[in-house]
Design a protein around this ligand. Sequence first.
Ligand code: SF4
Length: 550
Amino acid sequence: MAEEGAVLTRASALHALAYCERLFYLEEVEEIRLADESVYAGRTLHEDLTAPDPSGTEWRSFYLSSDRLGLVGRLDAARQRDGAWIPYEHKRGRSRRSEAGEPEAWASDQLQLTAYALLLEEEVGKPVLEGRIRYHAENTTVRVPMDDQTRLVLSRAMDRARELRSRVERPPITNNSNLCLRCSLAPVCLPEEGRLSRDPDWEPIRLFPPYSEGQVVHVMTPGTQVQRSGRTLVVSPREGAKMTFPIQQVTSVVLHGNVQMTTQALHLCAGEGVPVHWLSGGGRYLAGMASGAGHVHRRLRQFQALSDPGTCLRLARRLASARIESQLRYLLRATRGTRERGPDFRESIGIIRSQLRAVASSEGVETVRGHEGAAGRAYFERLPDLLSSSVAQDLRPSGRSRRPPRDRFNALLSFGYALLYSAVLHAIMAVGLEPALGFFHTPRSAAPPLVLDIMELFRVPVWDMTVIGSLNRRHWDARADFDVAKDHVWLSDQGRRKAVRLFQDRLEETWKHPVTDYSLSYGRTIELEARLLEKEWTGEPGLFARARIR
Ligand code: SF4
C-alpha cells in the first residue's frame, strides 16, 4: 500500500526507470517532457488502436489508478480470454531476442506491462496471469507471465522510484551511451557534454538540435492586435493583411511598443509554454511572461550552488574572462593588417590584456566586476576604430550611452541588447533556472542578474559584430532608420524592423562551438550555455563559458 497522499507513479514512468534512472528523474521529478518524433509516432499508433470493440470482452485505451498500488496508467487494451483478463501493450519497435533467437519483451516494456496487469487485477477483482506486448515493426506478440518474479521486479522498481523522488540530485548519466542516441530527453540531459566534462578527450556526438524549431514572432506595428483563434495566434495590424501563426510553430512572442495582446492569446501562450516579452517603443526591455518551466528541484540546486561564494567567484572569473577575451579577439581580428593599430589602440589592448590577467587572480566577485568594467571601457573606446572610413559621421558613436542612448550607434547597440535579453531570458526559462539568482551581476539591478550574467557571453558575437558589420556594409539610413530627439535617439519603425531581421539572421547563423566541437546556431548556443551552466552544479562542471570567438 502506498502512503496516503503519495504521488502515483505512471506505468510509463516505470518504463523510463528501467531504461535509464536519469530519464525517470528528469521526467517524473523535474517534470521535463519533450515530445520527439518517436513519441508523436507512438501517440499516433495508440490513437489508431482506440476503436471501440462492441463485443464487450475487450476494453481499449482506458485509464486505471490505484492508491493502494501507488500506480496510474493508460492501458492500450485488455481482453477477456476464457474468463481471464489479459492486458495488451502496443510498441512500434522490435522485440528483444533471446540467445536462442526467440522474441522476448524488453525489460522496460515488461515492467510497464506488469504495472498495467496489477492495475487491471485490482479493477476486475481477479488474478491476471499474463500480459502481451505487440511489437508492430515485426508483427510479433510476446507473452509475459505475471509470476512472482515479475511482480518482485515491479515491487523493487517502485521502491527505487520512491527513493529517487526523495532526492534533490539528478542520477548520473548512463554508462550505456547507445541508450542516449534514442532518448527523447538527450537535448536536455546533454549526456555527451557530461562525458566530455569527465573526460577531456571525449569526442561528443551532437544530440543537441542545431537550430531552434519554430519562430520568434515580433509584433512591431503600432495599433496591432494579437488574438487567439483555436490553437493559432492571429496578428491583425490596423491596416493590411492578418498573419496567422500555429502555436506549435512559435517559440516566443515579442511585443514592441503600442501593440495589444488579448487575454485569450496570453492564455494560449502560457498554456503552451511560449514566453511573451514586452519592449518599449524605444527598445527597452519592460517585462516578460514565461510559464511552465522550472521545477523546485532545479531551483533548489541552483540556490545551494550560488549561495556558495567560492562557486560564484569561480563562475564570475570564467564569465569575465570569456567576455574580455571575446572583446580582445574581436578588436584584434577586425584590425588585422590595417592601419588602425596606432598608439591609442595599442594602449587600449594593453589595458584589456592586463585586466584579463587580473581577473584570473581576483579574490572576490566585486574585484572581477571592476576588471571586467575597466576592460569594457577600453573596448568601447576602440569600437569606432572598427568602422570603415565610409561610415557617415552621424552613425559613429560618441562614447557609450545607455539609458537613453544619445546617438544612433548607441541606439543600435541598446536595441539589440534588449532583443538579446529576451533571447537569454527565454533560454533560462527553458532550462528551468531562476533568472533572479545569478553569480556576477548585483541583485540591485532592475533586471534579473542571471540574464545579465549569461548575456555577457553573447554581446560581442551576437550583436556588436553584427552592428559593426552592418554599418560597414552601409545597411543603415541615418534619417529614415532613426528617430532623433534632443535628449535621446531611438530606432524608427523601419529601423526596428531592420534590426530585428539582422538579429534573427545572426541567431540562425551556425558556428562550431569550440568546446563541444559541433556546429549549431547562435540561438541554440544561448540555450546550450544555460544548460552547461546548470551542469556546473549537477556533477558535470567545467564547460560553461569556455567558448571563445575565433
Ligand atoms: S540522454 Fe542518456 S543519460 Fe540522459 S536521460 Fe537519456 S538515456 Fe539517460
